[in-house]
Design a protein around this ligand. Structure first.
Ligand SMILES: CC(=O)N[C@H]1[C@@H](OP(=O)(O)OP(=O)(O)OC[C@H]2O[C@@H](n3ccc(=O)[nH]c3=O)[C@H](O)[C@@H]2O)O[C@H](CO)[C@@H](O)[C@@H]1O
Ligand SMILES: C=C(OP(=O)(O)O)C(=O)O
Length: 422
């Protein structure tokens, strides 16, 4: 429940990146030694992956935000459907299991259903590295088994830069021989995973470029590693401050991961200042619209497309929004229209005429659509009720208290957690 129209003001410490932490957790399967991840967000997705890793043989313990992981041996090579179906990142244990235990079986992943999300490049990569991959139709749908026939080596040429497909090959190749990955994405989460694997003992050249040369090792060591800040959480709060014409300072953030968004926000007229690990936004009352096309890093990230769309709905003038990564990722558009947004979808492009929004009952159908609806509700006049909190909680930790700390009037729709202002 959000009562809108209050400019967000204050300072927020950005939390660590879910999309990086999940991949590092999967990579911890590659060693029989303890792995310590410093700064892990406390999110539902992290708990789901911990449950999956536990099933495979990983013991874990929390110490504040520090996560201790240890997999002395792989106890099961089968990932249960009930867990994999909850989150896409869980598919990445396939390469790690096949590399460490010689075999792994993982059902087709779940996760946000905003678009068709194929895994053909994951399978192509594993086959190119010498794994035998078979698909079985089970009662719960398709599952894939990968078997190691020899130490992983080979050349993978991706049809398109895929984060998941590249992560799959990095894990599969880490305990192998020599591998070359061509047409890889440059996203910070890939760089983070590469650095983590290097600390474990893997040799990787070309980190941050579109060609990665990997020299795997027969044994990898345990590491202690700090997860990068969450550029998606950071961007969502910046857009929320801009939409409510407020001002916000984010700390513990990597400004250079966020160039594309910061550029758009300053084009829009807002005053942006940055330091080594902080970003400050002071909103202007009369911002300019802009067009955006979500694409690979360092372009505008697809996960911030729904939040940015919500912001643009509040900016007078015309904006065009499209998404090259997931061209149909628009589950938020119809819900924004319920809040009075003038938004139409034509030829896979949103055409937005910005104008004031009003509170309404809406439903988040995936994580970032939820981020967008929260932004719209914060900017709207009146009260909004956002259903689908379980999606939002996959990606945004403690969102109601974090928003309240910035002055937002927000609460869960339960008597004891009624609106802070009530
Ligand atoms: C490059 C990119 O922006 N990746 C985003 C993608 O990562 P995620 O890992 O989910 O997706 P990929 O990066 O693998 O997908 C990028 C593109 O490749 C296509 N594809 C992918 C794998 C495959 O086997 N076959 C195939 O065709 C996808 O449909 C998509 O169009 O969604 C995540 C969740 O929203 C975001 O956090 C990532 O930033
Ligand atoms: C869509 C996301 O997660 P998943 O890929 O697990 O569905 C996300 O983090 O925005």
């Amino acid at each position: 429940m959000v009562r809108g129209g209050v400019p967000l003001k204050g300072e927020l410490r950005v939390l660590p990146a879910k999309n990086s932490a999940l991949k590092l957790m999967a990579a911890s399967l590659l060693t029989d030694q303890p792995v310590v991840l410093e700064e892990v967000p406390r999110l539902r997705d992290i708990d789901v992956l911990l449950e999956l890793l536990g099933h495979l043989g990983t013991r874990h313990a929390w110490e504040g935000r520090t996560l201790h992981l240890h997999t002395p041996e792989i106890r099961s090579t089968q990932a249960p459907f009930e867990l994999v179906s909850k989150m896409r990142a869980s598919f990445n244990v396939l390469g790690a299991l096949a590399a460490r235990a010689g075999e792994g079986t993982v059902p087709l992943p779940g996760g946000c259903t905003f678009a068709e999300r194929p895994v053909d490049q994951h399978i192509k990569a594993l086959r190119a590295l010498g794994f035998e991959v078979t698909a079985q139709v089970t009662e719960q749908g398709m599952a894939y088994t990968a078997r190691r026939l020899k130490p992983a080596s080979g050349r993978v040429v991706y049809d398109l830069p895929t984060l998941g497909g590249t992560e799959q090959a990095l894990l599969a190749a880490a305990l192998g021989g020599e591998a070359v990955l061509v047409n890889t994405p440059q996203e910070p989460e890939i760089v983070d995973l590469c650095r983590f694997l290097v600390r474990m003992g893997v040799e990787i050249e070309g980190i941050g470029s579109s060609i990665l040369h990997i020299r795997g090792k027969p044994h990898l060591r345990g590491v202690r590693y700090r997860v990068i800040p969450d550029r998606i959480e950071a961007g969502t709060y910046l857009l929320a401050a801009a939409a409510t014409r407020g001002s916000i300072t984010l700390t513990h953030v990597e400004p250079f991961h966020m160039d594309a968004l910061l550029d758009k926000l300053s084009y829009s007229g807002h005053r942006i200042t940055t330091g080594r690990d902080w970003i400050r936004l002071e909103a202007v009352p009369d911002p300019q619209p802009f067009n955006l096309e979500a694409r690979e890093y360092p372009g505008f990230v697809t996960d911030l497309q729904p939040p940015a769309t919500a912001y643009l709905c509040t900016v007078p003038g015309t904006s065009l929004v499209s998404d090259r990564i997931y061209p149909d990722r628009f589950t938020h558009a119809g819900e924004l229209a319920r809040m009075g947004a003038d938004i139409t979808l034509k030829d896979r492009t949103l055409i937005i005429q910005g104008r004031p929004l009003s509170g309404a009952a809406v439903e988040a159908r995936d994580i970032r659509a939820g981020g967008g609806l929260i932004i719209a509700a914060l900017a709207a006049e009146g009260e909004s009720h956002i259903a689908g909190l379980h999606h939002i909680e996959r990606g945004y930790e403690d969102v109601e208290n974090r928003l309240r700390s910035l002055g937002a009037q927000v609460g869960l729709q339960q008597p004891e957690l009624a609106l802070a202002a009530d």
